[in-house]
Design a binder for this molecule. Structure first.
Ligand code: MG
Length: 416
């Protein structure tokens, strides 16, 4: 008899103060369930509502084996499609179905994709600081912990933001995080010059523009960064201006990675086909989960474009595990962003503090080996559990999002 979906539950939790949305798909077989990530931290209640109100009734009673069919059913059910709310909602169920598939097969999810092509997944970590000394100190600590790819930022993304409108802004400018893109670009070029002088070229460096400059500025900035031999530059233009990437590409040899904001295949198909970017960086829940991410990975492989999935703190350990399972089976993996889930007693804990709460809520997540690589759990499915009693200790908060209110000196909003 077919195993069918009996119940779909949404669990919201914030063990690190970041809203996470987890979907639990329960089946007709006692004890068999799957977990998926539907995290859209800044609209978490809307995703929850969509799953509970529209997707759960659509899927209850459906055969859990038919992941591709069920993905398509969810995708086209509301006619309008490919938005971030619906894609994250679909992702929660899609990942849970892959988790179930692995448990039914008695295999880790990477085995369902043809098995491992690598023993561990190379990761990059993030260092920011106020000045060169602080940043080099951070680099040294990571090097001691085996990390060989490091993203470096002076201040936050876009440079040192000013909490409110500083003196040089237009009169009556609104509250926000004020950025000085000229200073940011000058500081960053100087920063990388300093890092290369002190640390040499025997380490791979990354920088994230985070779309916080105008595309016209990006054209010159990428060129100026050429001497520092970056592994890649991230999101040099906003999603709305990916048409500029081809021009930037023509002028510079700096490898480009793009895509943590992508929602829709129409946004990235041409970039892959024309080899305009080197690294595809989607946030896999944002495009609808493992099913579309696996298709995208294979599509990129055909064109020599490598994958580098987004791996920030505002996604759950279940999504980190999904990234790792795809990476392990992907010939065209570039690198994986790893945002700091650390094994106990790791030297990395000293850098940004312990993450005990996250590990208490989500036991069994992939582990950093203190050698530059993350290793997947060998348990069937995605391998990550959810302790619901622990999760309930960390309720989510619903507040106005402030960090995306980035502004230019004249008061106008700048892409965050
Ligand atoms: Mg980024």
């Amino acid at each position: 008899m077919a195993v069918v979906i009996r119940n779909i539950r949404v669990i919201c939790t914030a063990p690190e103060g970041i809203n996470l949305v987890v979907v639990k798909v329960e089946t007709s077989e006692p004890g068999l369930y799957g977990l998926g990530c539907a995290t859209f931290s800044y609209r978490h209640l809307t995703v929850r509502h969509l799953i509970e109100t529209y997707l759960a009734p659509l899927l209850e009673g459906q055969d859990v084996r038919n992941i591709t069919e069920l993905w398509q059913l969810m995708h086209q059910n509301a006619y309008w499609r490919c938005g971030p709310i619906v894609n994250n909602a679909i992702s929660g169920i899609d990942m849970a179905l892959w988790d179930i598939k692995g448990k039914m097969a008695g295999m880790p999810v990477y085995d369902l994709f043809g098995g491992k092509v690598r023993a561990g997944v190379p990761i990059y970590r993030h260092v920011d600081g106020a000045d060169l000394d602080e940043i080099c100190e951070g680099i040294e600590r990571y090097r001691e912990a085996g990390v060989r790819y490091i993203r470096c930022q002076r201040g936050g993304y876009g440079g040192t933001g000013f909490g409110r409108a500083p003196a040089w802004t237009a009169r009556g400018a609104w509250p926000g995080i004020y950025l000085d893109s000229g200073a940011y670009m000058r500081d960053t070029v100087k920063l990388f010059e300093g890092i290369r002088q002190r640390e040499g070229f025997d380490i791979d460096l990354i920088h994230d523009v985070h779309e916080r400059i105008h595309p016209t500025q990006a054209m010159g900035f990428v060129k100026e960064m050429e001497p520092y031999k970056l592994f890649f530059m991230e999101d040099v233009v906003p999603l709305e201006h990916i048409g500029w990437l081809e021009k930037i590409r023509e002028r510079s040899t700096v490898p480009l990675s793009q895509g943590e904001l992508f929602n829709n295949p129409a946004e990235y198909q041409k970039l892959v086909e024309k080899r305009t970017i080197d690294y595809m960086r989607v946030h896999i829940s944002q495009i609808g989960g493992i099913t579309p991410a696996r298709k995208l990975q294979l599509y990129c492989e055909q064109y020599g474009v490598r994958i580098c999935w987004h791996g920030p703190g505002d996604m759950s350990p279940i999504a980190h595990a999904a990234n790792i399972h795809i990476d392990l089976a992907a010939q065209n993996l570039g690198i994986q962003e790893w945002s700091g889930i650390k094994p106990p007693n790791s030297i990395l804990q000293e850098i940004k503090g312990p993450q005990g709460a996250l590990l208490d809520v989500f036991p069994g997540m992939p582990e950093y080996g203190n050698d530059g690589y993350v290793y997947a759990s060998e348990r069937p499915g995605l391998g990550v559990e959810l302790d619901e009693r622990e999760a309930a200790k960390y309720p989510c908060e619903n507040s106005v999002t402030l960090w995306t209110q980035t502004r230019n000196a004249d008061g106008s909003l700048q892409a965050p």
